[in-house]
Design a protein around this ligand. Structure first.
Ligand SMILES: N[C@@H](CCC(=O)N[C@@H](CS)C(=O)NCC(=O)O)C(=O)O
Length: 229
């Protein structure tokens, strides 16, 4: 009988931060187990999961009795801990590391907040409530997202290949997973951003099969919505 993996990731692949962690583990074949916490069924609210993460959110990494939440912390821990993950994801050199930290601090209140809001307004809220899309709120969210995309382009990507320089880092991984999310509701947020589109292609080819594997649930959602039109 195969030994059970020491590292277990609790996730739902419809969650952007979960996909980021899952992609990194799969890309470097870090031995791990997966426990799906189906958010649509409220499984994050069960007493068992709430004991693991009282914040009732995924992802959660469990390694023996070490329990870690927050994708940002999990990703950085994995690069620090597992030698099979190359250092360029979270460089040791202080200035280069600080660039990644600069993006990941900004990420949660900008890329993540604004992409999530568009996905919620355009897809999740109407589906859960059965009512029409709130067009006014959606226009507001799209305007905020446009500002964030311009900043992502002008302040982070600039003339570089990746958000923090010439090597791919955790910043690119977290960003791409968020920017994909509105696709579930049929919206390509990079449509009007050719430079970010080229960056997105570079990131996706660096992530290879693990990117599409992690996004399979989102692609299925997109295709189901397309079929309804
Ligand atoms: N800052 C956290 C965010 C975690 C988070 O918000 N997870 C969402 C899915 S994307 C969740 O579990 N939501 C369940 C809920 O709020 O009930 C991270 O980056 O890990």
């Amino acid at each position: 009988m195969a030994a059970s993996p020491t590292l277990v990731l609790h996730l739902d692949l419809l969650s952007q931060p979960c996909r980021a962690v899952h992609i990194l583990l799969r890309l470097y074949r870090v031995q791990h187990g997966v426990r799906t916490v189906a958010l649509r069924r409220g499984e994050q609210l069960t007493p068992e999961f709430s004991r693991l993460n009282p914040m009732q959110k995924v992802p959660v990494l469990v390694e023996h009795d070490f329990v870690l939440t927050e994708s940002d912390a999990i990703l950085k821990y994995l690069v620090n801990k597992y030698p099979e993950i190359p250092q360029h994801w979270y460089p040791r050199q202080p200035e280069r590391r600080a660039r990644v930290d600069e993006y990941t601090a900004w990420h949660h209140t900008h890329t993540r907040a604004h992409c999530s809001r568009v996905f919620i307004l355009e897809f999740l809220a109407p589906r859960l409530s059965g009512s029409a899309v709130d067009a006014v709120a959606l226009q507001g969210a799209l305007a905020e997202l446009r500002v964030t995309l311009d900043q992502l382009d002008a302040m982070f990507l600039r003339r570089q290949s990746f958000l923090c320089g010439e090597d791919i880092t955790l910043a690119d991984l977290l960003a791409i997973c968020e920017l994909m999310q509105p696709l579930g509701g049929g919206r390509d947020v990079l449509e009007q951003h050719p430079k970010l589109q080229r960056w997105s292609s570079r990131v996706q080819s660096a992530l290879g099969e693990s990117f599409d594997h992690a996004h399979s649930v989102l692609y299925a959602l997109r295709d189901r919505n397309k079929a309804k039109l």
